[in-house]
Design a protein around this ligand. Sequence first.
Ligand SMILES: Cc1cc2nc3c(=O)[nH]c(=O)nc-3n(C[C@H](O)[C@H](O)[C@H](O)COP(=O)(O)OP(=O)(O)OC[C@H]3O[C@@H](n4cnc5c(N)ncnc54)[C@H](O)[C@@H]3O)c2cc1C
Length: 393
Amino acid sequence: MDAEAVDILIAGGGPVGAALALALEGSGHGVVLAEARSADSEGARADSGGARGAPTGDARAIALSYASRLILERLHAWSGLAVTPIESVHISQQGGFGRTLIRAADCALPALGYVANYDDLQQCLYAAPCSARRLSGARLSGFDGSTATVQTQEGERAFAPRLTVFADGARIADEGAAPAYSKDYRQTALVAWVRAAQAHRGRAWERFTPEGPLALLPHGAGYALVWTTGLDRGAQLRALDTPAFLAELHASFGDRLGTFIEAGARSAFPLALRYRREETRPHSLAVGNAAQTLHPVAGQGFNLGLRDAWELARLARNTRQPGSDSFVDGYRRARALDRRAGIQFTDSLVGLFSNSDPLLQLGRGAGLLALDLLPFARRFVARRMIYGARGLP
Ligand SMILES: Cc1cc2nc3c(=O)[nH]c(=O)nc-3n(C[C@H](O)[C@H](O)[C@H](O)COP(=O)(O)OP(=O)(O)OC[C@H]3O[C@@H](n4cnc5c(N)ncnc54)[C@H](O)[C@@H]3O)c2cc1C
């Protein structure tokens, strides 16, 4: 089988891969985006014509930082997206003193971020004008450094890309690359839409408990709940009937929002940190979760992945050889600081807050208190979370 020559093959059309295809518009490179999911339930032709994204059935909501909004606007994937603005974030710890409130006004921004459904985000990215060839039902099954094999409903296709970009999510442990660093948090993120007696008024809540963080993000008329617990407790909570589940949520979160009165379907995500220390395959790169899969605490994963895509596309505009060693090295260097900071920030938050050590509890309380008293420290933390380690995109 002859391999089809192409400038850039993106393997994985999740939100980061889809955003990368858009960001490469006008770069002069011919782009193929191969997404494993089919565009419709019947199974489908391989070439979707780019008309719409495959439904993901993914229940998670994503907190988009203000910087992600700026990028999505430039990709023409923002105006149709249903979002709920986050105007403030309240951070506290269960059973300990100290709390802080970070407001959008601290950073002179209209909102700290925005909450959207993963699926809506995906649909918006596929609705934006894009000249890349977007294949659905197309699963990358092999890559030997020069040829990429893609399984489609019509059979196997081979591509010879100058650059192959892995955007296939958390599948970084395989594919024959350098072994990925992996740490199983032995935690579950339980995700559901919930409503409380009190309206949210644009406020997000992050409450650290010894079992893990419990986040309530303003989402439509209620909240997107991301409740991190140990594995057994997660399974128990998922199995409860709705009134018992709402009562458990109230007991864990406390009285600040009154009682919880409604809950949608619950989904669970196992949590791990995974990333590659180094890439060993030539002519290839990884972006988004394929490069680093983070704990959802502080909602950094997609925001970091979108910055990967934005930077890669920016560099690709200035080269005719996107798979060259110098291009690949330049990209890795450009992303190293932001990537490392995102990994360390989320991993240390999990370590620092997910335990009941009295000394650590004291230290955490003092930290939250200091943050509350020091506007410049709040501004620093907020800007880091919004823009990453490298500042405005
Ligand atoms: C509970 C939870 C809450 C989260 N909340 C936030 C948040 O608030 N803010 C935030 O920024 N991040 C959040 N994240 C992280 C965020 O969801 C991810 O960082 C983001 O989805 C990564 O996008 P991606 O496109 O890299 O990978 P994915 O979303 O995993 O998409 C990968 C895509 O690749 C496709 N694929 C897989 N294998 C192949 C293959 N072999 N060939 C072709 N295609 C393939 C898949 O079908 C999929 O479409 C959260 C994560 C979880 C689990």
